[in-house]
Design a protein around this ligand. Structure first.
Ligand code: 5GP
Ligand code: ZN
Length: 114
């Protein structure tokens, strides 16, 4: 998906503050953070929304969540915790159509969302 902004970050066509990268996943800082820690975790495979996931993607989804946990530990979030969010389509507030988890922390998030 050459027009996808996250695919461009994966291909290093546009810069990002990359925190972690392996064969399957990448994590980088959100350009417009809503918390002191705001990292986006994405699969290197282009998948537009959570509705486009298939059972073939179960491994990469597991890797994304495990990477989020490892980064949260590394960033010292173990004591107070963090939030891991995936927005899906219009009602979920998705604006970039390449699936991603937001790892946000170092501030309190209320529940339910407003
Ligand atoms: P969504 O609204 O789809 O859940 O989240 C998309 C996120 O991507 C937003 O938090 C937005 O700030 C972030 N974002 C959009 N474009 C870029 C970009 O070019 N670089 C980075 N690092 N983050 C981006
Ligand atoms: Zn993409």
């Amino acid at each position: 998906m050459p027009e996808c902004i996250f695919c461009k970050i994966i291909n290093k066509e546009i810069p990002a503050e990359i925190i972690y990268e392996d064969e399957q996943v990448m994590a980088f800082k959100d350009v417009n953070p809503v918390a002191p820690v705001h990292i986006l975790l994405i699969p290197k495979k282009h998948i537009a929304t959570l509705f486009d996931l298939t059972t073939e993607d179960s491994d990469v989804i597991g890797q994304l969540v495990l990477t989020a946990k490892k980064l949260a530990v590394k960033l010292g979030l173990e004591e107070k915790g963090f939030r891991l969010v995936a927005n899906c389509k219009e009602d979920g507030g998705q604006t970039v159509f390449h699936i991603h988890f937001h790892l946000v922390g170092e501030r309190f998030f209320a529940w339910p969302p407003g």
